[in-house]
Design a binder for this molecule. Structure first.
Ligand SMILES: [Zn+2]
Length: 280
């Protein structure tokens, strides 16, 4: 997730900032260049971020976004630095994208085709093909997956959190802010928190250890009630953070996207494997 604080702290330190572990870099020039000469409110980067957020919020098509870029470029003074194409805008934003892994899943949710099962064509438990099957003709579309899980690796996201001084301070908030009035304002005052501390005292001693809540709910990505297709996002809540920050949208961490019409139920264990491994 993108954090202003993290980004600014880093920018002050180095002339060129490596934001992403894969080696993509962001020029400070792009961050500091005003949108046009004399523009005090927006830089090249902040203008693109605002426009892209507008695109995402209102479901604007790529074509619509490209047209708005063109209109704004004409409206602004000639020396404006708005990108000329959607591709250029996306390229600039790509450094903030931590990416995700696509993992093929058995159509019956028996297993993930990863590690020792990575090259299998059929599920070792139920025998179903990992590829899409035409149920009328029994034709298997090799190369077209039947079901795919999207995993957003958690380690890179934790690493990004630790790059911000503000965030690292917030992550230890729970250690010193337990309320004394006997009321539960934050999970740190709950019996469940105490029970975890009692059971794993070594873990409890280190305030920087992550206290995570895991939640999921189905949603329909196409916003149509008549369609049966839905997604089950798995979201991590960081309870280390202060009361007013732990449930805020920018601090919720999307880790898995499970594709299916029904709720995962007990099969959720299969999908959680990559997350649990990384957490361990
Ligand atoms: Zn299976």
């Amino acid at each position: 997730m993108f954090r202003d604080a993290c980004f600014q702290d880093d920018c002050n330190a180095e002339p060129e900032v490596e934001i992403r572990d894969e080696g993509l870099t962001l020029n400070v020039e792009d961050v500091e260049t005003p949108l046009y000469e004399g523009c005090a409110k927006y830089t090249k980067l902040s203008a693109i971020v605002v426009l892209y957020k507008h695109k995402a919020t209102h479901g604007l098509s790529d074509k619509g976004f490209y047209e708005i870029l063109g209109i704004l470029r004409e409206m602004f003074p000639l020396d404006n630095v708005l990108p000329e194409s959607l591709y250029s805008a996306k390229k600039l934003l790509k450094v903030f994208d931590l990416g995700y892994q696509k993992i093929h899943v058995c159509i019956n949710d028996c297993c993930l085709f990863r590690k020792e099962l990575k090259h299998l064509e059929k599920c070792p438990k139920c025998g179903e093909s990992r590829w899409k099957l035409n149920t009328k003709t029994n034709h298997i579309y090799k190369g077209v997956h039947a079901k795919v899980l999207r995993y957003f690796p958690i380690i890179l996201r934790f690493r990004r959190m630790s790059r911000s001084v503000e965030m690292t301070n917030d992550l230890t908030w729970h250690f010193t802010h337990k309320s004394q009035d006997g009321k539960i304002w934050h999970p740190v005052e709950s019996p469940a928190w105490e029970s975890i501390d009692d059971r794993w005292p070594c873990f409890a001693l280190e305030p920087r250890n992550m206290r995570l809540g895991l939640s999921t709910d189905g949603f329909n990505p196409f916003r149509k009630l008549s369609t049966k297709h839905s997604c089950w996002p798995i979201v991590l809540v960081t309870y280390n953070l202060p009361l007013w920050k732990c449930m805020s949208q920018e601090n919720l961490i999307l880790t898995l996207l499970i594709p299916r019409p029904k709720q995962p139920g007990n099969d959720i264990d299969v999908y959680l494997q990559p997350l649990i491994e990384d957490l361990n």
